[in-house]
Design a protein around this ligand. Structure first.
Ligand code: FAD
Length: 381
């Protein structure tokens, strides 16, 4: 057992692993091939309690700690990146800001609906001219009577364009008393006139996860749909991303673990020159390096989670975990594929999907370049 984990954490890991192997593994390749988001599977993940892991039970969540949530994402990713993405985006980007910055009324209104698996909530920061540079957001909202009037668009948004989407939290620029733009987060419910979303197809990875574009054309939401205080939107979003980075790190760790297990099994079974390829030192060294990197990624991530659970600063450690685990995922998936060689290049082998799925992890929620800048900032340089 990992020293930072309790017996309850390990029991939870087994529960999620069982679900992932029984419910997700059999359908993952087909959903990937068809580039299809599955509402049925999402509902099942909701029933299993994976959508609302950190949300208190009074709002319908599981009331578990950060480590439990991270273990869940890790175990889902060990089997399939797409389903892990649906769960991670909903928990850390959809639910978390509503829980953390929402009024009691907003929490009562949305959270119980968002912890069942019947609905998902999205998080919209990214725009055509605002990717790494969140300050470049061009979506505008202004007060008109009792409403915010929103115009603009968001792209590459997870969970925004499927039949379970209940709404989205967006960052928009709103005018302050001097008519200067200030960043504000707003809640927009699906079905609000002027709000539209549609899937963005043709992804190389996470093909069974919903990624969409959202547009706001004279979209009106009530004034009390502001999340937190006007002007604090960017701060809230960046705080949300600190925790979101733990999720991406967990996806990297889980994906690397899954790829490693597949490669280890194959290396022991595949015979060339009258012996298993695992008898060659070249293959043994690859496996040893993979195991070592996974171990280090796991320790760094669990340490960051422990800091968060203890209410201590964890931004630097979250950035380090995300950067490191996403790069470990890339290296391990690549070496695993090398061990499979020809057999790894066909779609009937899950390593082919893992090799594609790892690529987003060095991009989403802060590219590796931006993460290095974040860490450097924590170092005071
Ligand atoms: C499948 C998927 C799901 C996503 N889900 C969401 C979501 O739910 N919500 C959301 O808001 N966004 C989401 N995103 C967006 C994601 O977070 C962005 O793609 C990411 O932040 C990078 O932005 P960009 O793609 O515009 O790249 P850019 O910002 O255009 O960067 C391009 C390159 O320039 C580099 N670069 C930029 N600035 C600097 C600099 N100052 N110094 C050095 N290098 C720099 C970057 O590192 C990168 O290599 C998703 C993206 C994908 C692909």
């Amino acid at each position: 057992m990992h020293p930072l984990l309790s017996e309850a954490h390990e029991a939870y890991r087994l529960k999620v692993r069982k679900f992932a192997e029984e419910e997700i593994a059999p359908v993952a390749a087909q959903l990937d091939e068809e580039e299809r988001f599955s509402p049925e599977l999402t509902r099942k993940m909701g029933k299993a309690g994976f959508l609302g892991i950190n949300i208190p039970t009074q709002f319908g969540g599981q009331g578990l700690d950060t480590l439990s949530y991270i273990i869940a994402v890790e175990e889902l990713s060990r089997v399939d990146g797409s389903q892990a993405a649906t769960v991670a985006a909903h928990n850390s980007l959809g639910l978390a800001p509503v829980f953390e910055f929402g009024t009691e009324e907003q929490k009562q209104k949305y959270l119980p609906k968002l912890t069942t698996g019947e609905h998902l909530w999205a998080f919209g920061l990214t725009e055509v001219n605002a990717g790494s540079d969140a300050k470049g957001v061009e979506t505008k909202a202004k007060m008109v009577g009792n409403d915010w009037l929103i115009n603009g668009s968001k792209r590459y948004i997870t969970n925004v364009s499927n039949e379970l989407t209940l709404g989205i939290t967006i960052l928009a620029m709103t005018p302050d008393e001097n008519n200067l733009d200030i960043p504000t987060t707003l809640l927009v419910e699906n079905g609000t006139p002027g709000f539209e979303s549609k899937p963005m197809k043709g992804k190389m990875m996470w093909r069974a996860s919903d990624t969409g574009k959202a547009t706001f054309n004279d979209c009106r939401v009530p004034l009390n749909n502001v999340l937190g205080q006007p002007g604090y939107g960017l701060k809230n979003m960046l705080k949300t991303l600190d925790s979101g980075r733990l999720s991406i790190a967990a996806m990297g760790l889980g994906l690397a673990q899954g790829a490693f297990e597949m490669a280890l099994k194959y290396a022991k079974k595949r015979t060339q020159f009258n012996q298993p390829i695992s008898k060659n030192q070249a293959i043994q060294f690859k496996l040893a390096d993979m195991a070592m990197k996974i171990e280090l990624a796991r320790n760094t991530l669990y340490n960051a989670c422990k800091l968060k659970d203890q209410g201590l600063p964890f931004g630097k450690e979250a950035a380090m975990s995300k950067l490191y685990a996403s790069e470990v995922a890339k290296e391990v998936a690549d070496e695993a594929l090398q061990i499979f060689s020809g057999a790894g290049l066909f779609k009937n082998n899950p390593i082919e999907r893992f090799y594609r799925d790892q690529r987003i992890l060095q991009i989403g929620e802060g590219t590796s370049e931006i993460l290095r800048m974040v860490i450097a900032r924590h170092l005071g340089v």
